[in-house]
Unconditional design. Structure first.
Length: 407
């Protein structure tokens, strides 16, 4: 699928550098031509000039060289890769629903779903790590989720070395999945690594002793016993408090970094093994949810209060949807804060991403090209669905909606 991108007419050097940036990501000459509003032969000339001025190296693949490029120009170059249609459709969705919608950055993951997912994630993360670092440099208190995509981005920041400037504090926001081996992808591990990357002097907190989810098969009395034990874990009390969120760190985070899972392939922690250990029917669960964010299940709208979803929520020890919503709302209200930053790869995540955007809980989305294309299709589909829904309403209700959400 191909679509046109935001067209900018920059000075010649910026145009050359933008062509180099997109070529290094793997965008085709046709896509670059649409981005810059030039012909494909023009793109070929820009690429040759980029090699000549040193911002593009040609080995087995193109490599973008950004050492001498001012930060403001790097921002302009990255923004150039965001499709105009995607930005427009997001804005229209926000207008229809009366919600704030995220800023989006798009990075090429090097192929489609036939390419190994680990390769795609690694390539995506090599580009997204720079933007994530920029966002974290604006943060004071960061909640860190788990997962392979986030781990790859942190690894990309590891390669950059120590990040200068004031260091934010990083806290894990998820416990440990029961039944799975210890991993470098856990929230506690990633928070500790980010603490080192940014040179923070604050002691890293750990939720390694806290299970993410108490198995469903345990009785309410057993769950209460586990809850009392967890209440004695100092890191957990510091992060989540004792029910009064205004005294806990989780109520003050200005940034949450996370990936998302989908309801078809069981990405993140919610795979078949984790569900089985938790005592949840995996296939039943897939019928109820669109995916998860930071391990928090996102139900389909028609299953918002499904008994199984409610039961899982009562046995979940970690961040909840209310925390995520509050962080996003603060960031939309105070634009200097990054808020909820979602990094995700693959078109299979589109339903989960779309539902999160509908709920207004994503401030910035770092997406690979496949997911951005799928999101554009889903947004267009939503516009048609919403129009059909409005047409089916009585005239009095249509006018009432217009008064609530004027165009």
């Amino acid at each position: 699928m191909c679509y046109s991108f935001r067209v900018r007419r920059p000075d010649r050097l910026l145009e050359i550098r933008t062509a180099a940036y997109l070529a290094a990501q793997g965008f085709s000459q046709k896509e670059i031509a649409e981005t810059l509003g030039v012909s494909q032969p023009g793109v070929s000339r820009l690429v040759k000039q980029a090699i000549a001025v040193g911002c593009l190296k040609e080995t087995s693949a193109y490599t973008f060289v950004s050492d001498d490029i001012p930060e403001e120009q790097l921002q302009a170059i990255q923004t150039a890769a965001v499709p105009t249609e995607l930005t427009t459709e997001l804005r229209r969705l926000g207008d229809r629903l009366g919600v704030s919608v995220p800023a989006v950055r798009v990075y090429h993951s090097g192929g489609d779903e036939r390419v190994d997912i680990d390769q795609r994630v690694a390539r995506f993360a090599s580009f997204a790590a720079r933007r994530m670092r920029e966002l974290l440099q604006r943060s004071s208190l960061v909640g860190v989720s788990w997962g392979g995509t986030l781990e790859a981005i942190v690894r990309g920041m590891d390669h950059v070395g120590h990040v200068p400037g004031p260091a934010p504090r990083f806290i894990p926001i998820c416990g440990e999945p029961l039944g799975l081996p210890p991993t470098t992808r856990s929230a506690s591990s990633l928070a500790a690594r980010l603490t080192n990357v940014f040179g923070s002097t604050t002691t890293s907190l750990s939720l390694a002793a806290v299970p993410a989810l108490v198995p469903i098969k345990l009785s309410p009395d057993d769950v209460e016993a586990v809850r009392r034990f967890i209440a004695h874990v100092e890191s957990y009390r510091t992060i989540f408090g004792k029910g009064r969120h205004d005294e806990a760190l989780i109520g003050r985070v200005d940034t949450i970094i996370t990936s998302i899972g989908d309801s078809k392939q069981g990405t993140g922690c919610w795979d078949e093994r984790f569900a089985e250990t938790a005592g949840v029917s995996y296939h039943t669960l897939l019928e109820l949810v669109v995916g998860d964010i930071a391990g928090v299940l996102i139900p389909k709208r028609e299953h918002e209060r499904a008994p199984l979803i409610e039961k899982v929520r009562t046995r979940w020890f970690g961040i909840d949807l209310e925390h995520i919503e509050a962080c996003a709302e603060r960031a939309f209200r105070e634009p200097g804060n990054p808020g909820v930053v979602v990094a995700s790869v693959g078109r299979n995540k589109v339903e989960c991403l779309f539902e999160l955007i509908r709920r207004g809980v994503v401030n910035e989305a770092l997406l690979d090209h496949e997911l951005s294309e799928a999101l554009l299709v889903r947004l267009r589909q939503s516009a048609t669905e919403d129009a059909d829904e409005v047409d089916a309403r009585p005239p009095s209700r249509r006018s009432e909606r217009s008064r609530r959400h004027p165009r």
